[in-house]
Design a protein around this ligand. Structure first.
Ligand code: SAH
Length: 290
């Protein structure tokens, strides 16, 4: 029999991320909604006014969540440790991205939160999340509100999404199982008993930086005329959601391409290249130990 599932750990692995919130009252109300639904990890990305007595007033008994909140400068930093990132969006953006319902979002969160840290990202009151921020997310979730007023108040959106997550986790706890019996979509339920944790936001960003550099070096990618290449790459790998081992294999593969390209462009042999690497490592070792 497999180990009993620690559902509390699943709740604790879910992080609510509020980006560049302008009204402290919304931060407080979001913290209250989180506590109602059993979530406790809050990250604030560049909040306009925090800490604030207004936020504390609206949080009521959830002030402890505000006190323990992490504040970061960028969304990238906020999701650096997360294996699954889901962004909320009131509208659909430039190129289509995997879009899921709040129930599907809750299923993904429940699947993943046993092994990975999960971020649920909410945008600015006036303009939501930027395209760059939305690109850091594996999925976008839309609350199908009435089209006459489809944009919810920020804290209300946090409540709806957190409620769905709670319902899904409670349902699975009652059934004593982690995976849904019949997944809503056709995907394999990867969160369960996967052998290696998902790559974190930081590891995936480092991979994209490496991929972009290699493609530029090969003249495959022209940064002066980038088109949508990196966006499409992000969408591709975001759909696959590679694990840590897979990202490390991909990085190793890119490094081999880099080396091959260097040999071809500088017209040097494998042996020369190895010798240069050894010397560079030796120098690096000396500098590090100084
Ligand atoms: N005018 C903005 C809406 C901002 S509302 C826009 O068009 O994007 C503030 C935040 O609340 C959003 O960034 C999102 O995180 C959340 N939100 C509001 N309505 C939502 C909806 N219908 N579905 C998903 N998230 C929503």
């Amino acid at each position: 029999m497999s180990d009993p599932i620690d559902f509390q750990a699943c709740f604790d692995n879910v992080r609510i991320v509020l980006v560049n919130t302008s009204h402290p009252g919304n931060i407080g109300a979001a913290a209250r909604a989180m506590k109602n639904m059993g979530l406790s990890k809050l990250t604030l990305v560049d909040p306009e006014d925090f800490p604030s007595p207004v936020a504390n007033g609206r949080a009521v008994s959830a002030v402890n969540i505000l006190e323990a909140a992490t504040v970061t400068k960028t969304l990238e930093e906020a999701v650096a440790g997360c294996g699954l990132v889901i962004g909320t969006s009131a509208r659909i953006r430039s190129i289509p991205w995997p879009l899921i319902s709040p129930q599907q979002c809750a299923q993904h969160v429940a699947d993943d939160s046993r092994q990975n840290e999960v971020a649920l990202v909410f945008g600015r009151e006036d303009s939501g999340l930027t395209n760059e921020e939305l690109q850091l997310c594996h999925f976008h979730v839309n609350i199908p509100a009435d089209e006459k007023l489809s944009s919810l108040n920020l804290a209300a959106a946090v409540m709806v999404i957190s409620y769905e997550v709670r319902m899904e986790l409670l349902k699975r706890e009652a059934e004593g199982q982690l995976a849904p019996v019949a997944p809503v979509d056709e995907e394999i339920v990867e969160g369960v008993d996967w052998d290696v944790p998902k790559a974190t936001g930081k590891q995936v960003e480092a991979f994209y930086t490496h991929l972009e550099k290699t493609m530029i070096d090969l003249n495959f990618h022209d940064p002066a005329n980038p088109r949508l290449l990196m966006l499409r790459m992000r969408r591709l790998f975001g759909r696959i959601r590679p694990d840590q081992m897979e990202v490390s294999v991909l990085r190793g593969f890119l490094s081999h391409i880099d080396m091959l390209n260097e040999r071809a462009t500088r017209n040097i042999t494998v042996e020369q290249q190895r010798q240069e690497k050894r010397e560079a490592n030796l120098l690096k070792g000396q500098n590090d130990s100084e």
